[in-house]
Design a protein. Structure first.
Length: 143
């Protein structure tokens, strides 16, 4: 049997060490690559901006939507606990899920006229457009 065709049931010490020190895969976990963030669609038409956030498993009360300094922040947090007491055992399960997404709003978005609706796992936000920019620009003279 040639060296390339050799098969063993256990990995070699060298391959275990190479896997352990392989730093290329350290940042491919869901924490770093955003796999736990919900998908978002942003649409623009003549009258408004529409933002759709796919967030199944949440309830309407779990969401928080804030606008501050031209930034729209959508966050949600859900906690569940299941407790089952039987004669021979006790079972407790906990789950926690959360996310936060932030978007810089365009100057033409009316920040005071925003509507939100959560239905069938989809959060829909609508921001009306204005003809003039909502955020006033000011040039500051340097002295």
């Amino acid at each position: 049997m040639s060296k390339l065709m050799r098969s063993t049931a256990l990995p070699s010490f060298r391959s275990m060490m190479e896997d352990f020190w392989n730093t290329e895969n350290w940042f491919r976990t869901p924490l770093f690559n955003g796999e736990n963030l919900p998908a978002v669609n942003i649409k623009e038409n003549d009258k408004n901006f529409e933002i759709e956030v796919a967030a199944p498993g949440f309830e309407k009360k779990d969401f928080k939507v804030d606008i501050a300094e031209g930034v729209l922040t959508i966050s949600a947090e859900s906690k569940n606990e299941i407790k089952e007491d039987k004669e021979n055992y006790t079972r407790r399960e906990f789950s926690f899920s959360s996310f936060t997404r932030s978007f810089t709003l365009p100057e033409t978005a009316k920040q005071e006229n925003i509507t939100a609706k959560y239905e069938n796992g989809l959060l829909r936000l609508t921001l009306q457009k204005s003809k003039k920019p909502e955020l006033q620009r000011k040039q500051v003279a340097i002295q």
